[in-house]
Design a binder for this molecule. Sequence first.
Ligand SMILES: [Zn+2]
Length: 258
Amino acid sequence: MKFINLKFASFAFLLLASCSNDEFISSYNDDNASMVTRSVMDLRYPLNSFVTTNSLNSTDANTVTSILDVLQGKYGDGYIPVFKKIATTNPVSEIKRGAISGNAPASYNPSTNIVTLKTGTTIQQNYVQEEFIHAAQDRTYSGGIAQYVGTTGTPNIEFEAKIIQEMMYYIVDGGGFGNLGSGPVYSDEYIRWIVAVCSDGSSETFPDLDKVLSTKYSNLGYYDFLDYFKIKDSQYNHNTIYSLRPQLIDYINNNYGL
Ligand SMILES: [Zn+2]
């Protein structure tokens, strides 16, 4: 138990506050913050393998590539499946700078299949991982995710995207943001639930779907935390579909480390 407590301590230590509420109109706009870390490696999935048109200037493109180095290197066991899903099914049409409604620094629009990085913002790792997770969700859910934008099902899509990132941070770093998918209440229970979901005896693993859906902490489970999460930000606060399973988690689990 001491091991878990140490993990939990570092997990909580890395808490970062999320930004302001965003108007949520036509795309999955996100209000996240992250740090950019750099490393050097050969990318399994370079940008042009999963994005058809790169409209970024060279500085921005280099920043995104350095983020891809981290996501496909340090966090590669989990994120390589995300990029693999996009590259091997249907690449994102374009990545570009542009205007985004509200305060969101990045968005993925499943109708246009475009990732937009808000003009003037510093590109952060978390923006890249979240928006391409949404793109991978679009290729995983039957009928895509455009049907859920700004309406019933939005919290399902967003909560899955948040906890995927959370679990990857936890498994690799023993810590993470700790608040990406937490609501205004039960945030401590949420963190401990993430730890429980990823714990497999004495090690940490990316869980299978059954484990995500069956694990409880303090009698709270996946759809309980989803419903607390969605009231954090108004753009996420739409009806939950309790029969809609977090299917990208299943895909990542089946392709984890491959
Ligand atoms: Zn999102």
